[in-house]
Design a protein around this ligand. Structure first.
Ligand code: NAP
Ligand code: COA
Length: 273
């Protein structure tokens, strides 16, 4: 999956330190490897020690530099300690990737308050924790700090069965806009990357495959297929490196046109009485 070698200048992220939450599975795993392939030192952070240690070891085995730090993004102190450890061991922090998330299909009328709180806590509060804990280090970055949170355009369209995740991701998109304006003078660029359905991921398995909705979802993508993890990872390298120098406060939608098709379909829909 080493497409960075052909898409970007070799070692375009050399000297930068990146922190990837949920960096040992699915989209986050691809992001960790791709950032390392582009020359960044990478911190792989999530709850499952076995997974983050394996990812760290795999990156080191191919000549990269990586740390594994166990944390729960819901716990501000664990995130703050992880950032401190990153700065102590790698000398700074330039790129924060807030990718960790939880989601499951649950009709709102049956959703417990704790189910709602759990997803808001991981996705929205967890992203805030990462941004807040990383602020001073990102401000000190010689390259201009980067925060890239993973969102989804489903947050903007109404997301039946995933109201908790939709609300959390919409909150994340708003948070990035606020931070872009507050922290722009500190040189920190704050954006989201909004994937469409990505092949082989837990998100697609839970939300579409398990519910028998995969074919319908693929049919809603103008390019006619799911995205690959590498599509998202390359978008991250673009924003994290020199390509992202003048980009802040926006959502980079990488969804094969899914969101545009939704807009076209809704505009052409017959008026409802
Ligand atoms: P995934 O493999 O399940 O990734 C979620 C990651 O978050 C896991 O690595 C998990 O690691 C980590 N995590 C969950 N709770 C955590 C917590 N409390 N503290 C720290 N880490 C935690 O799913 P994915 O499909 O690749 O999703 C990755 C991101 O892309 C998510 O933000 C998701 O919303 C977004 N997204 C996915 C799709 C898609 O098609 N898959 C589409 C749009 C957006 P541990 O279990 O080790 O903690
Ligand atoms: N349907 C309805 N409610 C559910 C549910 C489901 N499929 N899964 C969990 N819940 C509810 C639980 O019942 C609990 O509520 P309760 O106390 O009222 O019973 C609440 O959510 C918390 O569940 P718990 O299992 O204690 O949470 P956790 O902190 O151990 O795990 C999750 C968090 C639930 C989000 C778990 O699925 C997870 O770790 N996900 C990470 C991976 C992921 O979601 N990937 C997809 C990303 S798009």
């Amino acid at each position: 999956m080493d497409t960075t070698k052909t898409m970007f200048a070799e070692n375009c992220l050399a000297g930068r330190v990146a922190f990837v939450t949920g960096g040992a599975s699915g989209i986050g795993l691809g992001i960790s490897h791709t950032l390392a392939d582009a020359g960044a030192k990478v911190v792989v952070a999530s709850r499952k020690l076995e997974n983050i240690e394996k990812t760290r070891d795999d990156i080191i085995a191919k000549g990269g530099q990586a740390l594994a730090i166990q944390l729960d993004v819901r716990d501000y102190d664990s995130v703050s300690r992880a950032v401190e450890q990153t700065v102590a061991e790698f000398g700074g922090l330039d790129i924060m990737i807030a990718n960790a998330a939880g989601n499951f299909v649950a009709p709102t009328a049956e959703m417990s308050a704790n189910a709602w709180r759990t997803v808001i806590d991981i996705d929205l509060n967890g992203t805030f924790h990462c941004c807040r804990a990383a602020y001073s280090a990102l401000k000190a970055s010689e390259f201009g700090g980067r925060i890239i949170a993973i969102s989804t355009m489903r947050a903007m369209e109404g997301w039946p069965g995933c109201a908790h995740a939709g609300a959390a991701k919409a909150g994340i998109m708003s948070l990035m806009r606020s931070l872009a304006t507050e922290w722009g003078p500190d040189g920190i660029r704050c954006n989201t990357v909004a994937p469409g359905p990505i092949d082989g991921t837990e998100g697609v398995r839970r939300i579409y495959e398990e519910k028998g909705r995969l074919a319908t979802e693929i049919a809603s993508v103008p390019l006619g297929r799911m995205g690959q993890v590498s599509d998202i990872a390359n978008a991250i390298v673009y924003l994290a490196g020199p390509g992202g120098d003048y980009i802040t406060g926006t959502d980079l939608v990488v969804d094969g046109g899914r969101d545009r098709k939704r807009v076209v379909v809704s505009q052409n829909a017959p008026a409802v009485a």
